[in-house]
Design a protein. Structure first.
Length: 298
């Protein structure tokens, strides 16, 4: 039986019905899911009470999984392939508001795309809702393909070929966090990514933006930062944004190559929020991909 795909927004986001991700997927069903993913960039699968193993198995259909270090020196609560997007400590308690893990996680409320601060960034992320608060905690997504399409042609020409430095330290500096585990500085040095990329799944051009984006290579520091801030503000106008209100059992996946997202606040001191994220790595650094494409076209 074919799946049902119901659009949730004029530009991005669709709900996928008629599939049980706990069971092996027939090739034809997975092909339908992949085609919907390339078109809508954000897919919501309701009523999918997955285990971590089942989530990882489905995620691996899209590529190799990233592993997660302890950014803030805390003991990991989940296995390395599962990012702990929660307000829960290692012993299962709601963590104090001044806990380093909680302070680091505040950066998730900035508009960002996962792992753009890694040499080979993310292809997609999949977030499973295990516990949610009664209000707040939504996740918002911005369509960077639609935003690029809406730019004036003069601005598109200006952006063509620009390269930006990304780092985890840039995004966390915006919220005043600097308590990184000492090994992180060695493991995750700043990297370079293109500012405009062609999205492989759809062939459309897309901005590639994030709170991790520090400055434009070859531009004066503040001038480049102003450009990044202006583009993020442009791309996150209401017409480009879909907001997902979570229900326990939801699995939402998004394309990190052509979207930004951010988590919304909730009462972290009172309510538990337990979300498990898998992140699929892309194949190549964006600058290297662009250089390879120019070489093959020459």
């Amino acid at each position: 039986m074919a799946i049902a795909v119901r659009p949730l927004h004029p530009f991005l986001g669709a709900e996928v019905l008629g599939v049980d991700l706990r069971r092996p997927l027939a090739p034809a069903v997975f092909a339908e899911i992949e085609a919907a993913f390339h078109r809508y960039a954000v897919l919501a699968f309701p009523r999918q009470p997955l285990t971590d193993e089942q989530q990882m198995e489905f995620s691996r259909r899209f590529g190799p999984l990233e592993t997660n270090p302890s950014y803030a020196g805390n003991k990991l609560r989940l296995r390395p392939e599962i990012a702990d997007i929660s307000n829960i400590d290692y012993e299962g308690r709601i963590q104090p508001l001044d806990a380093p893990k909680r302070l680091f996680s505040l950066g998730n409320q900035l508009w960002h795309t996962d792992s753009s601060f890694k040499h080979v960034p993310a292809r997609c992320s999949l977030l499973s809702a295990r516990e949610i608060p009664p209000s707040g905690g939504e996740t918002e997504f911005a369509d960077l393909r639609a935003a690029y399409d809406a730019l004036p042609e003069e601005r598109k020409r200006l952006l063509d070929g620009l390269v930006v430095e990304h780092s985890i330290y840039r995004s966390r500096s915006l919220i005043g966090f600097a308590e990184f585990d000492k090994d992180i500085y060695t493991k995750l040095p700043p990297v370079r990514q293109v500012l405009v990329r062609r999205h492989p799944g759809s062939g459309r051009m897309s901005l590639y933006l994030a709170a991790h984006a520090s400055h434009v290579i070859g531009w004066p520091l503040e001038e480049g930062r102003r450009l990044i801030e202006e583009l993020i503000a442009f791309a996150t106008q209401p017409q480009f944004v879909y907001s997902h209100r979570w229900t326990v059992g939801d699995l939402v996946m998004w394309d990190d190559r052509c979207t930004m997202h951010r988590g919304r606040p909730y009462d972290e001191a009172k309510y538990r929020r337990d979300m498990h994220r898998t992140t699929v790595s892309d194949e190549i650094n964006t600058v290297e991909r662009a250089e390879a494409a120019r070489g093959s076209a020459a």
